[in-house]
Design a protein around this ligand. Structure first.
Ligand code: URA
Length: 438
């Protein structure tokens, strides 16, 4: 096969055969094809799109470019979740122990934050000693022994995606539906769970700004997962304002622990209970969606009776973390400078700009501008207000946690304009817009 023929075929809008797609992915991953041919091919895919069949073939070729885990070796049924990334999204820290407390094995590989979007591994590393680097054998063993494992992606998981993603990043080919869907789903399929719940975010603080775009991405990923033999659910959730209040690594861990203790912000708790109920429904092979309210009630019971918090302790202990930080979150890294930004006038919250809050946290040092930058686990923002809240002048809109005066001032300037107020009452935003089943 010749690379130039495969590129020309896609450039001219033809459907590629499974063999052409597999060959191209294998040849690029092995180093046989140069970046310039892969870049030309990616741009052709970006401009001409892919059929569903081609997208499935691309996903499977990337998934099978490295190790494909098989969790059925160690557990009857494992579930996984994936969030498309957002601001204040600490859902995994709550949902995994919650689902494990319901007796369902959860084994997940997570990523680091990049750009405005936070990453679960950075959050977990706020806990002293927590080891995110497990071998495949340790991953299997911990899933079998404790029913919960949460670590970084192993180097040989979908290596084709790693290479292709890096090339997309520098060739303006990231925002393509088949390329995003195949990138995400190749890693999920390689990670080995039978049931997968996707949390596709939409809004100002998400990669998919409109509900329609989020729905199209979700539909495609559900279809790919189903074709690959996985049980799939995709939720379309709101990311116009931060999820919960905390944005920043240790602050988010603290909020997740509060939620596991039965408290926490209402939106975060509801969001986590919904995602967890879908995961448990898949694992128990319950077809009827009507079962969801009962499952949510059961899981709320696991928050109330301490079982979910206990599972989080087990996870932290199993991965070498300091459980005293879970028992006493005051031991988590804390910032030196804490300052409140007050509300300027009486009224109602019309808009909370999730991106402004994310960039304020980034400026404080909570995230990284580029891969490999260090993060400051202690810093971040607490955003107290939600769209629809009635407010009075002087009440706290934000608390800034900083370790540097200049960064604190920059974050304050940004946050002073992050909320729009109205004199008229405003409706709260929905948590979810849609649910897709596969
Ligand atoms: N996340 C991924 O893993 N891949 C994409 O292409 C976009 C988001």
């Amino acid at each position: 096969m010749r690379a130039v023929d495969v590129i020309a075929s896609k450039r001219d809008g033809h459907e590629l055969t499974p063999e052409e797609i597999r060959w191209f992915v294998e040849a690029y991953t092995s180093g046989e094809l140069p970046d310039y041919q892969a870049a030309a091919w990616l741009m052709a895919v970006y401009l001409k799109g892919m059929t569903r069949r081609e997208t499935v073939d691309l996903t499977l070729a990337m998934a099978y470019s490295g190790d494909v885990l098989d969790l059925s070796q160690v557990v009857d049924y494992a579930v996984d979740k994936h969030s498309s990334g957002g601001v204040g999204d600490k859902t995994t820290l709550v949902v995994l122990p919650l689902v494990a407390a319901a007796g369902v094995t959860v084994a997940k590989m997570s990523g680091r934050g990049l750009g405005f979007s936070g990453g679960t591994l950075d959050k977990l590393e706020s806990i002293a000693g927590y080891n995110v680097n497990l071998t495949t054998a340790q991953f299997y063993e911990q899933a079998r022994r404790y029913g919960i494992v949460l670590c970084g992606q192993s180097a040989n998981l979908a290596p084709a995606d790693g290479k292709i993603y890096a090339l997309r990043d520098v060739t303006a080919t990231v925002s393509s539906l088949p390329l995003i869907a195949s990138s995400i789903m190749s890693k999920k399929i390689a990670a080995g769970a039978k049931g997968i719940v996707l949390d596709v975010k939409t809004g100002a603080g998400a990669f998919m700004p409109t509900v329609e775009e989020a729905r199209a991405l979700a539909r495609l990923m559900v279809d790919i997962g189903r074709d690959a033999g996985r049980d799939m659910v995709a939720l379309i959730s709101d990311m116009n304002q931060p999820l919960g209040c905390a944005v920043g690594n240790a602050l988010e861990v603290r909020e997740a622990i509060e939620t596991l203790r039965g408290g926490g912000p209402h939106d975060l708790r509801e969001h986590c209970l919904t995602v967890a109920a879908h995961m448990v429904r898949l694992a128990r092979r319950i077809d009827d969606e009507e079962a969801l309210p009962a499952l949510k009630a059961e899981l709320a019971g696991r928050l109330a009776d301490g079982a979910a918090l206990q599972k989080f302790r087990t996870l932290v202990m199993a991965q070498g973390g300091d459980v005293r930080m879970v028992d006493d979150p005051d031991r988590l890294p804390r910032a030196r400078l804490i300052e409140t930004v007050p509300v300027a006038a009486d009224g109602y919250v019309a808009h909370v700009n999730a991106l402004d809050v994310a960039y304020a946290a980034l400026e404080l040092g909570a995230g990284r501008e580029k891969k490999g930058d260090p993060v400051d686990h202690a810093v971040g923002v607490i955003a107290y207000l939600k769209v629809g809240d009635a407010v009075t002048r002087g009440q706290a809109a934000f608390t800034i946690h900083a370790n540097d005066e200049a960064r604190l001032a920059a974050a304050r300037r940004r946050l002073e304009h992050a909320i729009a107020f109205s004199t008229e009452p405003q409706s709260p935003l929905p948590l979810f817009y849609d649910t897709l089943y596969g």
